[in-house]
Design a protein around this ligand. Structure first.
Ligand code: C2E
Ligand code: CA
Ligand code: CA
Length: 572
């Protein structure tokens, strides 16, 4: 039993000398506490300007892959990675001045919080005692929170807040790759998809478009989801000419996509602001891009608009018009002019198109191309559309009851109106209320408006046809749609856009395009109308091509109802 004997001896010894026992206990606890500690505990000494560990302990030591061969005079901190070495050295030098230092850093994929305290003897720092705590979980949680705050969850793109922060940093630092411009891209009428197909469909569109943008955006540019249907791309100096890229964005947005088994078409409007002014803030540049987009939208959208100062002024004017449109009804400032639609072969008036006119109390005449898009943006188009339809129907009834031979009356309906559920009810009510004969009513819809929400549009159009109303595709040829819809839609007339007619003798190829359009219309059993016919030569060309009807200054500008009455009397 030598062991028992030895233990007994130690016990006796300790009993006789209690202070020895305390020392040993302390030693024992100290060792254990240090070894069992969750953190990394270390002591560093400096000899001849070189630092080395004189103690390395704690559970974190192993996790960080630190071994005892870092201990001792011969092993300086060169085994730590380079960045950390530099950081550590700076912090150690600070500690040598007698201060406690704490700092965050990473090592071996761990986030650490380290504290260094000097041990001072006779006014000199002889050692530095340090502790490192593993804060990886905490740091990851913080990063997660930061991500949620600065990234959009639907598209995983950085958001508006991140954009502001990133821009501020690069404007401040004037880095070599400072951003050159902001491209703000806004989807046109996404709200219609949300309203008719639901939020989920709208979300799908946004995700799809985000993917497309990511695909075409060159390296060095960064995409942000700025808001509901707005994206911003920060373009750097490596992109020399922005136009082709901006056009490519619009092109990618126009590609059809399938939602609930139906094809959908989308367009976008782009506003560009160049970062070319010293002293301007991130917010200024964003605002400029946004002004360019909104200016663009009220000018028909679906194009690229580069910001300039006049745009800002014009945009402010437009905003003022907004309240004026509301007042225009109060002051009876709207009227309708009518432009005859004429048979190409007999020169007989077969119909009239109602076109709205606004005589502003102070600003004089404001063309519909200026205020209709604003009215669409601010939700006034329903009221305007309702007024136009009622006024045109009343006019028809007046003409007829004064004994005139009845002709078709066409009204223009905006895409926004057409996609509202109440539209059909409104049309029905007005027909009833005014005593209009629906067989003489024609509704003109632009090509782009029906392409957005195809299935819904077909349903609405079918119901209009059932009521006896005729339908025209307006501005034909300007849309970005497939010709396939001509077969699908219940339409009666194709109105070839003025731009083709005007270019007939200026641009080669225009004649061929017009010919093809007329043929196409006839293939689908439609009557074809040429718009904007200003001269005899053009008339004779379309006569040759067997076009059915035409409108244009050559026959008559849009005129007041009294003049139409005189013209109609000639035929009655
Ligand atoms: P739109 O439906 O394509 O109407 C034809 C436009 O071309 C009219 O301009 C007409 O005055 C003009 N025009 C007709 N013949 C000629 C010609 O020979 N030469 C030239 N240079 N122009 C000609 P307006 O009245 O300024 O209307 C512009 C657009 O505003 C219309 O284009 C239509 O999209 C819209 N608009 C007009 N009235 C209404 C309305 O009551 N409701 C809606 N939603 N839109 C309307
Ligand atoms: Ca029209
Ligand atoms: Ca037109």
């Amino acid at each position: 039993m030598p062991n028992e004997k030895a233990i007994k001896q130690v016990e006796d010894d300790l009993n006789n000398n209690p202070s020895k026992r305390n020392n040993l206990l302390e030693d024992h606890n100290y060792q254990q506490i240090i070894q069992q500690n969750m953190n990394l505990i270390f002591v560093i000494r400096q000899v001849d300007g070189r630092f080395y560990f004189s103690l390395l302990a704690g559970k974190l030591k192993e996790k960080l892959g630190l071994s005892d061969n870092l201990l001792g005079k011969d092993a300086d901190l060169s085994k730590l990675d380079l960045d950390l070495k530099a950081l550590f050295k700076a912090k150690l030098l600070e500690t040598l001045t007698g201060q406690d230092i704490a700092f965050r850093h990473t090592y071996q994929q761990c986030y650490l919080y380290s504290m260094l305290s000097p041990i001072i003897e006779n006014g000199k720092v002889i050692e530095i005692v340090g502790t490192s705590i593993d804060i990886t979980a905490f740091e990851k949680a913080e990063q997660e929170i930061e991500y949620l705050r600065t990234y959009d969850r639907l598209t995983n793109l950085p958001n508006r807040e991140k954009l502001l922060k990133d821009l501020e940093i690069s404007i401040e630092n004037e880095q070599i790759n400072t951003p050159k411009a902001l491209i703000m891209c806004d989807l046109d009428r996404l709200k219609n998809i949300n309203d008719t197909l639901g939020q989920y469909a709208g979300d799908q569109v946004i995700t799809l478009i985000a993917d497309r943008l990511l695909e075409i955006t060159p390296r060095g540019c960064k995409i942000y989801r700025f808001g509901g249907d707005e994206f911003i791309i920060v373009v750097d100096q490596t992109i020399e000419d922005l136009s082709p890229f901006a056009e490519e964005i619009l092109h990618s947005i126009r590609q059809p996509f399938v939602l609930s088994k139906n094809d959908f078409y989308m367009t976008g409007t782009i506003g560009i602001s160049y970062l070319n002014e010293s002293g301007a803030q991130a917010e200024d540049y964003i605002n400029r891009a946004s002004v360019a987009v909104h200016y663009g939208k009220v000018n028909g959208g679906n194009r690229v608009f580069e910001y300039n100062n006049q745009m800002s002024e014009k945009y402010n004017e437009l905003l003022l018009l907004e309240s004026d449109i509301r007042k225009a009804f109060q002051f009876n400032e709207f009227t309708l002019s009518y432009q005859p639609k004429v048979d190409v072969h007999t020169n007989e008036i077969v119909g009239v198109e109602a076109l709205i006119r606004w005589e502003h109390g102070k600003k004089g005449k404001i063309p519909p191309s200026t205020f209709i898009p604003i009215a669409e943006e601010i939700g006034m188009i329903e009221q305007i559309g309702e007024w136009v339809l009622r006024e045109a129907c009343n006019q028809f009834v007046k003409w007829r009851s004064s004994g005139l031979k009845p002709v078709m009356v066409a009204v223009n309906v905006s895409a926004v109106e057409l996609q509202q559920a109440e539209f059909l009810i409104r049309v029905k009510n007005i027909i009833k209320e005014t005593g209009m004969d629906p067989n003489y009513l024609e509704i003109e819809i632009t090509e782009n408006s029906i392409m957005q929400n195809t299935e819904e549009c077909i349903a609405t159009m079918n119901q209009l046809r059932d009521m006896g109303i005729s339908l025209s595709i307006d501005d034909f040829g300007t849309g970005y749609s497939s010709m396939g819809y001509l077969q699908k839609f219940p339409i009666n007339y194709l109105k070839i856009d003025q731009s083709f007619i005007k270019e007939l003798f200026n641009q080669s190829g225009s004649a061929e395009i017009i010919k093809a359009m007329i043929q196409l219309g006839h293939t689908f059993g439609l009557k074809v109308v040429a718009e904007g016919v200003e001269g005899e030569q053009i008339l004779s060309f379309i006569q040759h091509q067997d076009c059915d009807y035409y409108q244009g200054y050559f026959y008559s500008k849009p005129v007041e109802p009294e003049i139409i009455k005189e013209k109609l009397l000639e035929y009655s």
